[in-house]
Design a protein around this ligand. Structure first.
Ligand code: HEM
Length: 336
């Protein structure tokens, strides 16, 4: 495996690469000031900073397990974790937002996140980082920053229309995002998660397709009624998952939704038609919470562009902005 096209835009990326020597890191060139401003805006919204913690998706739980690839995966990609050999996985489930103590019953905790670190027998790693919605609110990092700033500028005293209402009224993708149902899950294990950003898969014959990940619970989705949400404890998801794992494995199927000719690849607000082919990539078997959650989540630095040969990023500007923002968050939480 080789390290491809890595153009360091700052010292943080170098640090990240140094800790991930086997990763194939993609081109991460992007205006540093925009990603830094996004991270700062996320911290402001969360009333942070919170020392030693993530700036976003701060409340999380880490579990360990294995991944068994499906035979169909190699028809799409030659990536090593999607061939015959099982890998070890470390998975972090999280609430949205940068508040470390956000109640699981708070609407602001939706959408939920899943971050998956695959570790192959040869020590190489690759990540998938996904959300429990199938679209992003906006198409570019600049628009994401504008949206976060509109949220910061909107207070209880704001005149109507508030800055957020104004931006939603002017932005059809935000209107679609707001309209996506975001019900409260019964469990982190009973939710479908979506990769949202597209990647290019290339198989051993050199054939390429654009795909989006989908991660489906084998037992199906399950949500709470409003009455159940009202009765739930502030940490109900974080209490439920360890209990569930005591009685057996939690399983998810990893799927690739395959784009067709005219599907929009570079825009995470564009939802591909539901009838697109879904190819089985394999099954995640989650077995137990890690022994020290706080230490594990501090050390884990997920990055959706830690990729293995056979998977490349699309030219989606939101995808390309993510590694820079995550690296800033990592360096801040590692700072003494
Ligand atoms: C411009 C767009 C985005 C920015 C700037 C951004 C920023 C961030 C930052 C700073 C973190 C904290 C990372 C860390 O400290 O390790 C984070 C975490 C996370 N983000 Fe994003 N994000 C973006 C888009 C997305 C998208 C499109 C998805 C899903 C498809 C996503 C899913 C997540 C998840 C699940 C986590 C938690 C990861 C973990 O458990 O460590 N983000 N994001």
């Amino acid at each position: 495996m080789n390290i491809q096209r890595f153009r360091p835009f700052n010292i943080l990326s170098c640090l990240l690469m140094a800790t991930l020597p086997t990763a194939v890191l993609a081109d991460q060139a992007l205006d540093k000031s925009v990603v830094e401003q996004i991270v700062d805006a996320q911290v402001t919204l969360a009333k942070g900073p919170y020392k030693g913690l993530r700036t976003n998706h701060t409340k999380g739980i880490v579990v360990s397990g294995t991944f068994t690839p499906a035979a169909t995966a190699s028809t799409l990609t030659k990536a090593a974790h999607l061939q015959d050999t099982p890998s070890k996985v470390t998975v972090r489930f999280s609430n949205a937002g940068g508040m470390p103590t956000i109640e699981d019953t708070n609407p602001g905790a939706n959408p939920r996140g899943i971050a998956i670190r695959f570790e192959l027998p040869d020590g190489s790693i690759t990540d998938i980082v996904s959300l429990s919605v199938n679209a992003f609110p906006v198409s570019t990092p600049e628009a994401f920053l504008a949206f976060l700033n509109a949220r910061i500028a909107t207070t209880a005293d704001s005149l109507k229309p508030t800055p957020v209402e104004k931006m939603i009224a002017e932005t059809p993708s935000l209107q679609r995002f707001v309209a996506i149902p975001k019900p409260f899950p019964a469990s982190f294990a009973s939710l479908t998660y979506h990769g949202i950003n597209a990647f290019q898969f290339t198989n051993a014959k050199g054939e390429s397709h654009h795909i989006r990940y989908r991660i489906e619970p084998l037992n199906g989705q399950e949500f709470l009624s409003p009455e159940q949400v009202a009765a739930a404890t502030p940490d109900y998801l974080f209490e439920e998952l360890p209990r569930r794992l005591e009685t057996g494995e939690v399983k998810f199927r990893l799927l690739a939704q395959v784009a067709e000719k005219n599907d929009v690849i570079h825009d995470p607000t564009a939802i591909w038609p539901e009838e697109r082919k879904l190819v089985d990539l394999g099954v995640l078997h989650l077995q137990a919470p890690v022994p020290d959650n706080a230490a594990a989540e501090k050390a884990l630095a997920f990055n959706p562009l830690i990729l293995l040969d056979g998977i490349a990023p699309s030219d989606d500007p939101v995808l390309l902005a993510r590694p820079g923002a995550y690296a800033i968050s990592v360096s801040r939480r590692m700072a003494p």
